[in-house]
Design a protein around this ligand. Structure first.
Ligand SMILES: [Fe+2]
Ligand SMILES: [Fe+2]
Length: 321
């Protein structure tokens, strides 16, 4: 008798709790689609209104801030294109209708984000190619081998970082056009995280031990690439008044919250395949990269080592580009 026959009929499908639970999760995924429809905004119109009110991006940003802003926004721009491609892949590949609807809704949002941000970056002036580390991270996630790894890369890493950087840029008031745009982006990105929270645990529950291990390894490699990229943006973030420790704290807090929600909904089996940067050695790594009170307040050995790592990663970033 085959295993599937041995388990027939699947009596658990009659249990009220199982049905209630599945219905609740399906409704929440469907709700993501409805929310996208309700909150859809006209990218071209919003951008045109903001430019009419404040002038084009190049004119409303202090000249010395244009280059750092352009470098940070270029990475976000390619992140938007990656998210567009990945969400389109997910919409095609996910078989369940509810999650497919949520991914389809995300495709529309990401398409709008990319085109609006591209207008802005172009108006800001000539933009450069991105460094080797962010380029590798984007390529790694776009070409990730499984649905689960693409979800981990996009929903747990890209979305959480994008939300925090968008919020930071909006708060700093670097440019009124950007400050006007960012809340729209932030609201959409916060909603996108929901697909990962609701769908990723389903995929993890079906994984073998080795699949779960390789998903966790993929996640860890992406985190390392993200940290290496962070070193190369230090000066740009400083120039823009974005405090990296605060941003890293917000990102990891958000990831901790996302993983917490997954555990609350589906149990701690999800930890087989995803890493939580706020646990284990995460806080020590954060203190090394972004010392409390700033690098100037760190011990002399820490400052020396930090400068050495920054120099080496900067060279590698340029060499790999
Ligand atoms: Fe986006
Ligand atoms: Fe997104």
């Amino acid at each position: 008798m085959s295993p599937s026959t041995r388990n027939f009929p699947p009596y658990e499908l009659l249990e009220e709790l199982t049905i209630d639970d599945a219905t609740r999760k399906t409704k929440r995924l469907e709700r993501l689609y409805d929310l996208t429809r309700e909150h859809a905004w006209d990218g071209r119109a919003v951008y045109a209104e903001l430019v009419a009110a404040h002038g084009p991006p190049g004119s409303c940003v202090e000249p010395k801030l244009r280059a750092p802003l352009s470098r940070v926004l270029s990475v976000l721009l390619w992140g938007e294109l990656a998210a567009w491609n990945i969400s389109a892949d997910l919409a095609l590949e996910i078989p369940e209708v509810d999650a497919k609807m949520a991914a389809t809704a995300q495709v529309f949002d990401e398409a709008r984000h990319f085109t609006v941000l591209r207008e802005y970056v172009r108006a800001l002036g000539p933009s450069q190619k991105i460094g080797g580390f962010p380029q590798r991270l984007l390529r790694k996630v776009v070409a990730a081998p499984t649905l689960a790894t693409r979800l981990v890369g996009m929903q747990l890493l890209f979305e959480t970082n994008a939300v925090v950087i968008f919020r930071g840029l909006g708060e700093r008031g670097v440019c009124p056009v950007l400050s006007g745009l960012m809340p729209y982006f932030e609201r959409d990105e916060s909603r996108h995280v929901g697909l990962g929270v609701l769908y990723l645990p389903k995929l993890i529950a079906r994984m073998s031990r080795s699949e779960a291990r390789s998903t966790a390894r993929f996640h860890a490699e992406c985190i390392l690439l993200l940290m290496a990229s962070g070193f190369t943006f230090r000066e740009d973030f400083e120039a823009l008044g974005l405090e990296q420790r605060l941003m890293a704290d917000r990102v990891t807090r958000m990831q901790d919250d996302v993983i917490g929600q997954m555990i609350a909904q589906h149990g701690d089996g999800v930890l087989r395949a995803v890493m939580n940067p706020r646990r284990g050695i995460g806080p020590q790594v954060l203190d090394f990269i972004h010392p409390p009170g700033g690098l100037g307040a760190a011990k002399p050995w820490h400052q020396r080592m930090h400068r050495g790592v920054t120099r080496t990663l900067g060279r590698l970033d340029r060499a790999l580009a």
